[in-house]
Write a new protein. Structure first.
Length: 308
C-alpha cells in the first residue's frame, strides 16, 4: 500500500509541476516531452538495462579473450575480425532491440493509457493542444529513443573497448588490431545514420499506426493493431490469390529490397553518400505521407474520444 501511495503521490507531484511550469517558459511541446519521460521511465531504463546485460556478458568473456585472440591470430583475417567485432555487434543489437520493443510498447500505450487511467481529463485542462500532445508523444519513438539508443551503444562499446584494451595489454598483446577494427566514433556516426534512416524514417508508418490504434481502441490495442493487417492479407490471399499486402509489410519492415540500403546487423551500416539515394526513394515519401495521415487521425480521435 505504501508503494502504491508513493507512486500515486509522485504522479500527482509530476502533474502539478507540469501544470505550474508549462506556461512559464512558453514551451508546451518540450514540457510535454518531459512529461512523457517522467511518466514512462522504462523509455531510458530498458536500453540502459540492455547495455548493463551486454557489459556483464562481455566481462565474463574477458577471461577467455586473450586465448581466443591468440587462437584467431593464426587463422584468416576474417576470423580474427569476427572474434574482435562480434561482442560489439551483439551489444549494439541488444540495446537497439530494447529500444524497438520500448518504442512499440510506448506507441500502443501512449494515447490508450491516458484514457484508461482517466488522466486525459487532467491533461486536457492544461493549455496544450491535442496536436502538441500527439506530436510530443510521437517524438519519443521518432527522436528520443533512437538518440538515446545511439548514446547508450556508444558508451557501452567505449567501456568494452577500454576493458578489452586493458586485458590485452596485461597479457602482452598488441592493441593495433583491436583499435584498427573498433572505432567508437565512426561506429556512432554509422549507427546514428542507420537509426535515422531505417528506424525513424523507414519505419515511421508502423509507429504512427500504433499510435492511431492507441487513440481509437477501448481495450487490447495490440490485438487491434495486428488483427486488421492479418485480416487484409488473408482476404487478399483468399480472394485474389496474391500476397501484395504481406509483401509490402515485409518490404517495409525488413528493408531488404531497398537498393544499397545497407540495413544489416553490422555496426558499419549506411555510408553517407547513399543518403541522397535513400531520400529519393518513392517508398520513403509514401510512407511519410501515410504516417502524417495516421498522426492527424490520432489527433482528431484524441480530441473527441472519452475516457474508458
Amino acid at each position: 500500500m505504501n508503494m502504491q501511495s508513493n507512486a500515486a503521490s509522485e504522479s500527482v507531484t509530476d502533474r502539478q509541476t507540469m501544470a505550474q511550469t508549462i506556461a512559464a517558459p512558453n514551451q508546451p511541446f518540450l514540457w510535454s516531452v518531459r512529461k512523457e519521460l517522467w511518466e514512462n521511465r522504462y523509455i531510458y531504463v530498458a536500453p540502459m538495462a540492455a547495455g548493463a546485460v551486454a557489459l556483464f556478458g562481455f566481462l565474463v568473456n574477458l577471461f577467455r579473450l586473450p586465448h581466443e585472440v591468440r587462437a584467431a591470430m593464426g587463422l584468416d583475417p576474417a576470423k580474427l575480425h569476427e572474434t574482435i567485432i562480434a561482442p560489439y555487434e551483439i551489444a549494439a543489437a541488444l540495446i537497439l532491440a530494447s529500444t524497438l520493443v520500448s518504442a512499440v510498447y510506448y506507441c500502443l500505450e501512449s494515447l490508450y493509457g491516458e484514457r484508461r487511467d482517466r488522466s486525459i481529463l487532467f491533461w486536457k485542462s492544461l493549455p496544450v493542444s491535442d496536436l502538441t500532445t500527439v506530436l510530443s508523444k510521437a517524438a519519443i519513438p521518432y527522436a528520443v529513443l533512437p538518440a538515446l539508443g545511439c548514446v547508450i551503444v556508444f558508451f557501452t562499446q567505449l567501456v568494452m573497448l577500454m576493458l578489452e584494451s586493458a586485458v590485452l595489454l596485461g597479457s602482452g598483446q598488441s592493441l593495433a588490431m583491436l583499435w584498427g577494427q573498433v572505432a567508437p566514433w565512426q561506429n556512432m556516426l554509422d549507427l546514428l545514420y542507420h537509426m535515422l534512416t531505417a528506424h525513424v524514417l523507414w519505419w515511421a508508418p508502423f509507429y504512427a499506426w500504433l499510435m492511431l490504434v492507441s487513440a481509437w481502441s477501448r481495450r487490447a490495442p495490440f490485438l487491434w493493431a495486428v488483427l486488421p493487417a492479418l485480416a487484409v492479407g488473408a482476404v487478399e490471399k483468399i480472394t485474389f490469390h496474391t500476397s501484395h499486402f504481406f509483401g509490402w509489410l515485409r518490404y517495409r519492415f525488413e528493408g531488404s529490397s531497398i537498393p544499397d540500403s545497407g540495413m544489416t546487423s553490422n555496426i558499419s551500416m549506411l555510408p553517407l553518400p547513399n543518403l541522397f539515394k535513400f531520400l529519393s526513394m518513392p517508398g520513403l515519401w509514401g510512407g511519410l505521407i501515410l504516417s502524417a495521415a495516421f498522426l492527424w487521425l490520432a489527433v482528431e480521435l484524441r480530441r473527441y474520444r472519452d475516457p474508458i
